[in-house]
Design a protein around this ligand. Structure first.
Ligand code: ADP
Length: 577
């Protein structure tokens, strides 16, 4: 309930209680004062009457009763004369003939008191008159008692008019006090109420709301203190909000998934990357076990929280994805028990695995020629072979050295291209010229296998590129074609203009490449059938170099082939025009 209403009710109750109390007090006092006044009057009249009665009874006994009745009527009271035994001798309110039959009055308290001490008084209900009366009795010589009684109501009726005036004045005063009090209470409580309302609105988040300045000095001081509190609160909130935004921004931009968990391993906070990694939109408040669905992943968190120390684990999800999970235990006392960082290291792992494969492949490729050279050198040194045998061994050493040099050259090329350190020296190249010149370089090799070139070259077709590198591409393709074409086979060179591109293809009628192998042949060291490399030595790097150089030029390379029906390698380069 409002303060103002409470004050008003309190004042109302107080005013009503005060009015009631005052009226009751007034009534009682007036009644008492009136009765005392009557008693005093009656006692004086009793004295007079006692004297008159003594004289009448002695001088005019026959008229004494009627004189008594006249006196009682003029005094507006009842007069009773009682003898020493309590018998009623005269009573002005009773017909004379009934007086003798009246009840003995010796036991009446005022009569008894008068006998004992000369006078006596009493207030009580009179059965004879059927109303409240005041009695006064006085003994006089002859042991008789004279008693006067008056009706209280009769006397009070006179006072009632004054009483009502006073009662009305009391009620009006109390009402006025109530009105003044409640107005003052409202005036006092109103500013406090609006201050409270404003403070509640601010607490509910309405920080723009200002505190009112109305009311007395104390209220104004209170409002000013509130205002200062509000300002410093707003400053603190602003600071906290900007720090929260900064933290949120950092967390959101973090390339790793981040999750904060409590003792029960429920998520308290997480960033968007974590949500994306686990594939659940809103992880906050949920149990980590439901989110991760992986025992080993969940266990890293469980162990960290139980052991209070940092744990790290690499987790493989299926064949492809690899996560590195680091969970750091947080000091006790806060809501959070641990913070976990989930890093997707799939690419890193893949690179690492490629590096391992690469080293293994290079070692493997070098081991064969080195072993051959070592064996040949040993035979030459120890077995003293005949000149023909020596010549054969020296030739073997030469070929294996060439093969190693070729391998190392290819590796160097590839490393350079892959590192991105290759600067293309571009110029406009006539495709026909490039193909013819390169084919010429292979004329001896082709002749050795009776291979013929079939050329279908578009004249005036140009591309923009690095002549040396593109010639390396064509060389690798023609080399493979001659290598794989059968004795007396055909190598087809074709160039054509396509929309926005120039295409160059090198085909042969060799063994072809199975579909399942066609993607893999562009990988480093990949050779379809390593047993073939005995007859057609190669490094497995040629096509890989082709792919990289063509990509550097913004072009593509593809293979069309069926097992047993030859192969066709086609490169497309952006048109120079
Ligand atoms: P290599 O030096 O072994 O020829 P490449 O990268 O040039 O290495 O070729 C990779 C593999 O692709 C070869 O080992 C071979 O199995 C296959 N290949 C390449 N060109 C042809 C072709 N014209 N006909 C059939 N197979 C080919």
């Amino acid at each position: 309930m409002r303060l103002g209403s409470r004050f008003t009710i309190l004042l109302g109750v107080l005013a009503a209680a005060a009015a009631l109390l005052l009226v009751l007090l007034l009534d009682a006092t007036v009644r008492r004062a009136t009765e005392d006044r009557i008693l005093e009057r009656v006692s004086r009249e009793a004295d007079h009457l006692a004297q008159d009665w003594g004289r009448w009874a002695f001088e005019r006994p026959a008229e004494a009763d009627s004189l008594l009745r006249q006196a009682a009527a003029s005094l507006n009271c009842r007069v009773t004369i009682v003898d020493a035994g309590g018998k009623v001798l005269h009573d002005t309110d009773m017909p004379p003939e009934k007086v003798a039959g009246m009840e003995n009055h010796a036991a009446r308290p005022e009569v008894q008191s008068a006998r004992r001490s000369g006078t006596g008084s009493a207030r009580r209900f009179s059965t004879t008159e059927s109303e409240n009366r005041i009695y006064y009795a006085k003994s006089f010589p002859g042991d008789q008692v004279i008693r006067l009684s008056v009706s209280v109501a009769g006397v009070l009726a006179i006072e009632e008019a004054y009483l009502w005036t006073t009662r009305t004045a009391i009620l009006a005063t109390c009402l006025l006090l109530f009105l003044v009090g409640s107005t003052a209470a409202r005036r006092f409580s109103q500013p406090i109420a609006s201050l409270t309302e404003a403070a509640l609105a601010i607490a509910a988040g309405d920080h723009r709301r200002d505190l009112p300045h109305a009311g007395g000095e104390e209220v104004q001081l209170l409002a000013a203190a509130f205002q200062r509190m509000k300002n410093s609160l707003a400053l603190a909130l602003e600071k906290a909000e900007s720090e929260r935004q900064l933290t949120a921004m950092v967390l959101e931009r973090l390339p790793d998934g981040l999750v904060v968990v409590d003792e029960r391993l429920h998520v308290l906070e997480s960033n968007a990357r974590f949500a994306r990694m686990i594939g659940i939109a809103d992880p906050a408040g949920r149990a980590l076990y439901d989110l991760l669905r992986r025992r080993d992943l969940y266990d890293v968190f469980g162990e960290t929280v139980a052991g209070h120390e940092t744990r790290e684990r690499t987790v493989h999800l299926g064949d492809e994805i690899v996560w590195q999970v680091t969970v750091v235990a947080l000091p006790p006392g806060s809501r959070a028990a641990a913070v976990g960082v989930l890093r997707d290291v799939t690419r890193l792992e893949r690179t690492e695995s490629m590096r391992r494969t690469f080293v293994a492949d290079v070692s493997h490729e070098l081991r064969t020629p080195i072993a051959s050279i070592a064996a040949a050198a040993e035979t030459l040194a120890d077995a003293e072979p005949d000149p023909a045998e020596s010549e054969h061994l020296l030739d073997l050493i030469r070929r294996q050295s060439d093969r190693m040099r070729e391998l190392i050259d290819d590796l160097m090329d590839l490393a350079q291209i892959e590192s991105g350190a290759v600067e293309l020296v571009t110029s406009e190249i006539l495709v026909e010229e490039l193909l013819r010149e390169t084919a010429d370089d292979f004329s001896d090799a082709a002749a050795r296998k009776n291979i013929v070139f079939s050329t279908h070259l578009e004249s005036d077709l140009t591309v923009c590129g690095d002549r040396r590198r593109l010639s390396q591409v064509v060389r690798n393709l023609i080399d493979n074609a001659i290598k794989f074409a059968p004795e007396g086979g055909v190598v087809t060179l074709r160039s054509a203009r396509e929309p926005g591109a120039a295409s160059v293809s090198v085909g042969d009628n060799g063994p072809g490449i199975a579909r399942s192998e066609q993607d893999k042949i562009f990988q480093r060291f990949y050779q379809v059938d390593r047993s073939r490399s005995k007859t057609r030595p190669g490094t497995g790097l040629g096509l890989s170099i082709v792919k990289h150089i063509v990509q550097l030029h913004g072009g593509t390379v593809e293979v069309e082939s069926e097992l047993g029906s030859g192969s066709l390698f086609r490169i497309r380069l952006p048109d120079a025009s």
